[in-house]
Design a protein around this ligand. Structure first.
Ligand SMILES: Cc1cc2nc3c(=O)[nH]c(=O)nc-3n(C[C@H](O)[C@H](O)[C@H](O)COP(=O)(O)OP(=O)(O)OC[C@H]3O[C@@H](n4cnc5c(N)ncnc54)[C@H](O)[C@@H]3O)c2cc1C
Length: 208
């Protein structure tokens, strides 16, 4: 019996696990720091309050429950010992014959890590709900502000990075201000909303 350990239950890890699902002579252990698979492409909809977190998160256990040779463990992998074929989480050690790393990617602030406290990235539910909180509370402040110039300040949003996430987010804030704002907030003129998308490359969506 060969033991395969997969770290990460994102698209890559899940597909790798399914590939070996119910295969003879193979046991798979999928380990993820969280117990749900996150559908990242719709995170911006959570950030803009169009979807709730539960709509883009599904338990990894249920996704893989019909594969008898796959077990799912929650744990954050801290260490990999290549010589001994052991990985260590905060709770446990696992041995393996083959290891698949599917840990995903992290956002980059291009050397400006200190920006993170002012502008969270958009890779996790926590970050999406934090963006949602900040945007909605800015709308609320604009609603009670009588000074039009100050109102404008609360309704100005700057997004740094004109890749797919930045462009999607800019579009979603635009839609939100035109539809939600116009309907639910009585004191705000949606036309005051400004969305500034900053991109250092020659155009937006450079990577596509
Ligand atoms: C806002 C946004 C919009 C996007 N839109 C699109 C789109 O429209 N089309 C498209 O094709 N792609 C899109 N993408 C990209 C796509 O979502 C990613 O390429 C994809 O999710 C990457 O999958 P992955 O399995 O490599 O990593 P992830 O989905 O990031 O999964 C990695 C997993 O590993 C786990 N993990 C990480 N480190 C550890 C550790 N040390 N121990 C245990 N577990 C760990 C994490 O908890 C996570 O569950 C978008 C991404 C974002 C953020």
């Amino acid at each position: 019996m060969k033991k395969i350990v997969i770290i990460g239950g994102g698209f890559a890890g899940l597909n790798a696990a399914k590939f070996f699902g119910n295969a003879e002579g193979i046991r798979v252990t999928l380990i993820d720091g969280r117990n749900y698979h996150l559908f990242q492409p719709l995170l911006y909809q959570v950030a803009m309050a169009a979807l709730s977190p539960a709509e883009i998160a599904s338990p990894i256990r249920s996704i893989l429950s019909h594969y008898s040779n796959i077990e799912v463990k929650q744990g954050y992998v801290r260490e990999i010992d290549k010589a001994k074929n052991i990985i260590t989480t905060e709770m446990h050690e696992y041995t393996f014959d083959y290891l698949i790393l599917a840990c995903g990617a992290q956002h980059s602030y291009f050397g400006n890590k200190k920006w993170e406290q002012h502008a969270p990235g958009l890779k996790t539910i926590e970050q999406a709900t934090e963006i949602r909180r900040r945007v909605l509370s800015s709308f609320e402040k604009a609603e009670i502000e009588k000074d039009r110039n100050k109102q404008k300040k609360y309704l100005t949003f700057v997004i740094v990075g004109g890749g797919p996430t930045g462009v999607e987010l800019a579009g979603a804030i635009g839609e939100m201000s035109r539809f939600t704002l116009a309907k639910d907030f009585r004191e705000i003129d949606p036309k005051l909303t400004r969305i500034i998308l900053v991109e250092r490359g020659p155009r937006t969506l450079c990577s596509l």
